[in-house]
Design a binder for this molecule. Structure first.
Ligand code: IMP
Length: 438
């Protein structure tokens, strides 16, 4: 079985948790490769409805090993809380491990995120305020602490003492009250007590698994438009959401990844700031936001913020397809489009000069464009009860074929609702792309 990476194609919240939960039935190992508890992967299954922030969505399958990879940043407090919630619902968490190389998110990272956002005044980035940016910036500045440091008390204290002046100065410069060094040491002690048995070097485990050709799933967070390099900088997260980083974040060779599944929501949503070219407002936005069953409504899984909604954006999808080299697509929330007379699909970005771009430009240019739509026929539905490709209305299939054509990759999964049984596996030749015509 190949290593399969599941990454978001758009602004995040595409439904990766739903797809990973489904795909992990047959996976031996699931690895979260980047991001932190800014993620909110919604999973609905027989245990209940969960918003996973750090634990890989494979946790619901008995026997599946779940790794929180080296590329992530881990807030031990929220992780411990998430683990106890899962345990309270009867989920076995004994197979959840943390890479010793994963960085730790401290309360002072959250404090900094909050203060930095406030300092941006009326031009915030719209972060989740979970301390993700500050934790990754400390990692790059080499003053971060890692999960493995918790296992070596002398080393940890030395590192904390070395980093402390910079940590405290940053908070103080922002007008905040820095924690004391002793407070930080005590906190680490508490984390060590509760997490020490879960912190491992993942390399031997993965080497052994790859030698056996074990089925491994890599789970990304957010989507291409929030990638640190190729997203809508600065309105991005502080890690790379593209598959190129998944090998680094998991600790495996890049060529081990044979399949890249791009998860694409059937329409556009974004939480946080930055250009969203196809954004709609008012009633139309509410129609998209509250389409389908309430557990899938478009409110941030981590922050509860209403998500911005818009028409599907083929230009953004093509950008993601180029950068990720998708081998297949998983299209989610198709049911929300049921009942629309037509589906406006954005196929170009018009500049004020009239020129039309078919690629995603740099942010200062992106802020000026307006969408150029191709109008596809809608369908009456309902699609929520479809279980096979053939059950979908012809217009819905035509829409999916168009997405496949744009991405240059077949549609392999279609989700028509939050339930596990609402994911259709598509093997029809019809869902494979012809020549890209965008
Ligand atoms: P940060 O990752 O909290 O620093 O936020 C950076 C940007 O990514 C902001 O626009 C956030 O709203 C967005 N973001 C972060 N995590 C998620 C998520 O799980 N879903 C959707 N957007 C997110």
């Amino acid at each position: 079985m190949p290593v399969v990476a599941v990454v978001g194609a758009l602004w995040g919240d595409e439904g990766k948790g739903h797809i990973v939960d489904y795909l992990s039935r047959t996976a031996e190992i699931v690895i979260r490769v980047q991001g932190g508890d800014n993620a909110g992967h919604t999973v609905v299954n027989e245990y209940g409805t969960f918003r996973l922030h750090l634990v890989p969505a494979g946790v619901f399958h008995p026997g599946t090993i779940c790794l929180i990879g080296a590329g992530t940043v881990v807030n031990p407090d929220t992780l411990l809380q998430e683990l106890s919630e899962l345990e309270a619902a009867g989920v076995d968490t004994g197979r959840v491990w943390i890479s010793d190389r994963a960085h730790l998110v401290f309360p002072y990272h959250r404090q900094r995120d909050e203060l930095e956002e406030r300092g941006r005044g009326d031009r915030p980035l719209g972060t989740t305020r979970r301390g993700i940016g500050p934790a990754y910036s400390d990692k790059a500045a080499r003053i971060g602490l890692r999960a493995g440091d918790l296992l070596h008390r002398d080393w940890l204290h030395r590192r904390l003492r070395q980093a402390y002046a910079a940590i405290a100065a940053r908070i103080a410069a922002l007008g905040g009250e820095p924690p004391s060094l002793e407070e930080l040491m005590d906190r680490c002690e508490g984390w060590r007590e509760r997490l020490k048995d879960r912190i491992i070097d993942t390399i031997p485990l993965l080497q052994e698994a790859l030698r056996r050709d074990a089925h491994i799933l890599l789970e990304g967070q957010l989507g291409a438009m929030r990638d640190l390099d190729w997203g809508i900088y600065p309105y991005v997260t502080s890690s790379n959401t593209l598959v190129g980083y998944a090998a680094v974040g998991a600790g495996i060779p890049p060529q081990a990844i044979r399949e890249v599944i791009g998860v694409v929501k059937a329409f556009a949503t974004a939480v946080g700031e930055g250009p969203l070219v196809t954004e709609v407002h008012g009633e139309l936005a509410e129609r998209l936001r509250r389409g389908g069953p309430p557990e899938g409504w478009e409110f941030g899984a981590t922050t509860g913020r209403p998500r911005r909604c818009g028409w599907p954006d083929a230009v953004a999808l093509r950008h993601a397809a180029w950068l990720n080299g998708f081998t297949a697509l998983a299209v989610t929330k198709l049911d929300v489009l049921d009942g629309l007379e037509e589906i406006p699909l954005c196929v170009g970005y018009r500049l004020p000069s009239g020129e039309v771009l078919t690629h995603v430009p740099d942010t200062p240019i992106l802020e000026q464009v307006s969408p150029v739509y191709e109008r596809l026929p809608g369908w009456t539905g309902p699609t929520a009860t479809a279980r096979r490709w053939e059950d979908l209305p012809e217009a819905a299939r035509a829409y999916l074929r168009r997405l496949a054509e744009i991405a240059g990759a077949p549609v392999r999964y279609v989700s028509v609702g939050p339930g596990r049984d609402q994911i259709l596996e598509v093997d029809s030749a019809e869902a494979k792309p012809g020549a890209a015509s965008l």
